[in-house]
Design a protein around this ligand. Structure first.
Ligand SMILES: [Ca+2]
Length: 229
């Protein structure tokens, strides 16, 4: 009896720790690292824009390679050294972020148990003039995928216990204009790894290691143009 009780308690503590960890999202660390005592830690991004959304069958923006894609449009007003993008589904329980954007359908579905296996891309367009942010210009723009990520071990597991959430850090390559993070219209593409319907709430964040005044993020081109007025 003496050894059984502590063992049960230990198991309970471990289970609780895992339960809490499953949806806990820490600060978004950049690629810049510093030493804190014996540990190497990633310095958090200073400028983070959060978007809370809801993906549902039939409301995708585009079907690409048999996958239903949803986009979030981002306007970058200055040359950025690095951008971080991360995404998880569902939105972590009790998640709060100052100034988070509530996307269409999010409030009605907050707390829903539905989630999906996220997959992110960061894409740059050839639109570098704010006045050209409108539906027809964007539809005819050229888009280049700069980076993508499917699963990241840095993200909390999904409720099923799998590390299917996504995170990427994209460093500007100053010597290569095709790979540099210059002023312009970008978008984050999100879909599932597997082809098929996407359903569930999600949190998407775009972050920069320096304060970039005027960074705007919206679900639609029209909303983005409106927010930049
Ligand atoms: Ca994934």
């Amino acid at each position: 009896m003496k050894t059984v009780k502590p063992l049960i308690m230990m198991i309970a503590i471990i289970m609780m720790a895992f339960g809490v960890q499953a949806q806990k999202l820490g600060k978004f660390g950049s690629s810049i690292e510093k030493q804190v005592g014996p540990k190497t830690v990633k310095v958090p991004y200073t400028d983070v824009v959060s978007y809370l959304g809801h993906a549902a069958p039939g409301n995708e923006d585009e079907v690409k390679d048999g996958k239903k894609f949803y986009y979030i449009y981002v306007w970058i007003p200055a040359v950025a050294p690095e951008l971080g993008v991360r995404m998880m589904s569902p939105v972590p329980k009790g998640f709060k972020a100052k100034g988070a954007i509530n996307g269409t359908g999010y409030k009605d579905n907050a707390g829903s148990k539905d989630y999906f296996d996220t997959y992110i891309t960061i894409e740059r367009s050839n639109i570098i003039d704010k006045s050209k942010i409108n539906a027809s210009e964007v539809a005819n723009a050229e888009w280049v995928v700069l980076e993508y990520n499917d699963d990241s071990s840095e993200m909390p597991n999904n409720p099923g216990g799998s590390s299917y959430n996504s995170l990427l850090r994209y460093k500007s390559e100053v010597s290569n204009p095709a790979k540099a993070l210059t002023i312009g219209l970008y978008r984050i593409g999100f879909t599932t790894y597997k082809r098929g319907e996407v359903n569930g709430t999600f949190l998407a964040e775009v972050a920069s290691p320096i304060k970039l005044p005027g960074v705007a993020m919206a679900k639609t081109v029209e909303e983005l143009a409106e927010s930049l007025k």
